[in-house]
Write a protein that binds this ligand. Structure first.
Ligand SMILES: [Zn+2]
Ligand SMILES: [Zn+2]
Length: 134
């Protein structure tokens, strides 16, 4: 007679079956991701483990392209000279609209207010209108 371990609960059975596929938490990368829901015998996981969700640990955003390119966000807006209190009040703007163009001439530090204004303009900022930051 072959002894079989019986897993009574179907959810436990799925968990057992898909245990190998279970991804690691994107925050701590140590614990398994929490289960989000089950559908069609498939387990769908969250991006974080129970521990990190409870502690409200955020998934770190990937490093911005401009940061990798060596650009540093300035303390004031390049367009209206607004000086920010918090770094999140300023964004790095790609003058030509191409997020992949991280040439220093293409990057500007602008405030959220200017972002709103720029969005509504036809020709917000053409390269050459402003002095390049070198
Ligand atoms: Zn975690
Ligand atoms: Zn501004």
């Amino acid at each position: 007679m072959i002894k079989r371990t019986l897993v009574a609960c179907p959810l436990q059975r799925f968990a057992y079956k898909y245990r190998m596929k279970r991804p690691l938490c994107l925050v701590c990368k140590q614990r398994f991701c929490a289960v989000n829901y089950h559908r069609d015998e498939q387990v769908h996981y969250r991006g974080r483990c129970e521990h990190c969700i409870k502690k409200n640990q955020r998934i770190k955003p990937p490093i911005a392209r401009w940061q990798t390119a060596g650009y540093k966000k300035k303390p004031a807006c390049d367009r209206c000279s607004f000086r920010s209190k918090y770094a999140s009040q300023l964004l790095v703007y790609h003058v030509d609209g191409n997020q992949h163009n991280t040439g220093l001439r293409n990057l500007k530090t602008i405030c959220l207010n200017c972002v709103e204004e720029i969005k509504r303009m036809d020709r917000p900022w053409t390269p050459g209108e402003l002095e390049p930051d070198l």
